[in-house]
Design a protein around this ligand. Structure first.
Ligand SMILES: NC(=O)c1ccc[n+]([C@@H]2O[C@H](COP(=O)([O-])OP(=O)(O)OC[C@H]3O[C@@H](n4cnc5c(N)ncnc54)[C@H](O)[C@@H]3O)[C@@H](O)[C@H]2O)c1
Length: 398
């Protein structure tokens, strides 16, 4: 089988794990170059490749050298949010296929630049939204496509993840979130929940997001956490964080559906993506892993339902497991995040080798990433409605 020569850019926490546990586990991939702005991290990446494959990759601190390397055919971008687009554009212009990690856009121009550069170069581009490959997300998508929930009216989701330790440790860990939380107030990480919802609602495929409003709460969670956990002389003790603790974004879609997204990363809580789908014939809710349908059996118990049948989604697996997951379960689930990292990377490399369209393409990336830039504007203007550009230039209608 033909192999793809990969340049791997960004070897922080995520990049390190992806390189070791996913990319180097894929048989038809060789990693010929590794890169991080921090030399020590690039060297660790090179050691991982040597250890797992017995070959020595080029080791760089400048991403341009990775992309200019004639051996490199595709790049994985797992850098901090601020550099995703810049690196993707350089790679697309050089004709090197791009697999780009998730994050939001800093402005709409970045989204347009991705679309324009893709349209000009036709270089394959995929947005690595692994949650689109979550087992429940795909089962629910399958059920939506089979009409089980009727006409979909409303969806919600959130990035509910207590990141206080990661953010406040950003100095010693050289982590990008700290500077972002100090400087911005936005729905800064919308795509883990929005990606699967966009697939459910056919965004860019007969539907599109038209406008949003975003509202941010006060920002006190990090300050209290820092007071409690860091030394009295720590410079973060007096830091003023711009990022509100909870940001609520309401999106309106062209076909009349609404989406509510919640960013919730600086107060104590359990992890959840809050994936919820509401239709005329029923609902799915991730927090309770429950499916409630418009049938006598469910309706008669509506008040006692949660006590009696909460967590019943498992009983729908036999009938509605998505074909991707049926095969994955048969082959043996592997890789981090419950298998979705494995699936998203294999989807990229399989599409690349087969010269097929990417399952999460540049138009998806532009629309989903735009939420961050638009929400920042909405919050700054007192929760004012702001319009989404149509990155497909009308093609969403077909
Ligand atoms: N899909 C997922 O489930 C998931 C999970 C975690 C993180 N992520 C994404 O992965 C990315 C990295 O997250 P992380 O937690 O590893 O961050 P991190 O801060 O630990 O690592 C980012 C690395 O990128 C490097 N970098 C930044 N700009 C660079 C440039 N121009 N050239 C070369 N290297 C550069 C930094 O030096 C750093 O080592 C983020 O975009 C994040 O959103 C995705």
């Amino acid at each position: 089988m033909k192999k793809v020569n990969v340049g791997f850019i960004g070897l922080g926490a995520r990049g390190h794990d992806l390189l070791r546990d996913i990319v180097l586990e894929i048989e038809h991939v060789d990693v010929v170059s590794v890169c991080d702005g921090y030399e020590d991290r690039a060297l660790v990446g090179a050691d991982i490749v040597k250890e797992k494959r017995g070959m020595e990759p080029a080791c760089e601190t400048d991403y341009r050298k990775v992309i200019d390397n004639p051996q490199v055919e595709a790049v994985v971008i797992a850098t901090a949010w601020e550099s995703h687009v810049e690196i993707a554009l350089y790679a697309m212009n050089a004709g090197k296929a791009v697999a780009m990690e998730v994050g939001g856009a800093y402005n709409l121009q970045e989204c347009w630049d991705l679309v324009d550069t893709y349209e000009r170069t036709k270089t394959p581009f995929m947005f690595l939204e692994n949650c689109c490959y979550g087992r429940r997300e795909l089962m629910v998508l399958n059920m939506v496509q089979q009409g089980v929930f009727g006409e979909i009216v409303h969806c919600s989701g959130g990035y509910h993840h207590d990141l206080r330790k990661e953010i406040s440790g950003g100095g010693e860990n050289r982590h990008y979130r700290l500077r972002n939380y100090l400087a911005r107030n936005a729905e800064n990480y919308p795509t883990h929940e929005l990606g699967p919802i966009a697939k459910v609602l056919g965004i860019n495929h007969g539907n599109r997001m038209v406008s949003l409003t975003s509202t941010a709460s006060k920002a006190v969670g990090l300050h209290e956490y820092i007071q409690k956990t860091r030394p009295a002389e720590d410079e973060l003790q007096n830091a003023v964080f711009k990022q509100g603790d909870v940001v609520t974004t309401v999106i309106r879609c062209a076909n009349g559906e609404t989406i509510v997204l919640t960013l919730d990363t600086t107060l104590p809580r359990f992890y959840s993506r809050g994936f919820t789908i509401r239709g005329t014939k029923g609902m799915y809710e991730e927090a309770t892993d429950s499916i409630f349908l418009d049938c006598e059996e469910d309706i008669k118990d509506d008040f006692t339902w949660l006590k009696k049948r909460c967590g019943n989604a498992e009983s729908y697996e036999e009938k509605y497991e998505h074909p991707i997951w049926k095969q994955f379960l048969g082959d043996g689930v592997q890789g981090s995040h419950g298998g979705m990292d494995w699936l998203v990377f294999n989807a990229f490399f399989d599409a690349l080798l087969a010269n097929e369209p990417m399952p999460i393409d540049v138009y998806d990336a532009a629309a989903w990433m735009a939420v961050t830039a638009l929400s920042e504007k909405s919050i700054a203007e007192g929760s004012a409605p702001v319009e989404f550009p149509d990155f497909t230039r009308g093609k969403w209608m077909k």
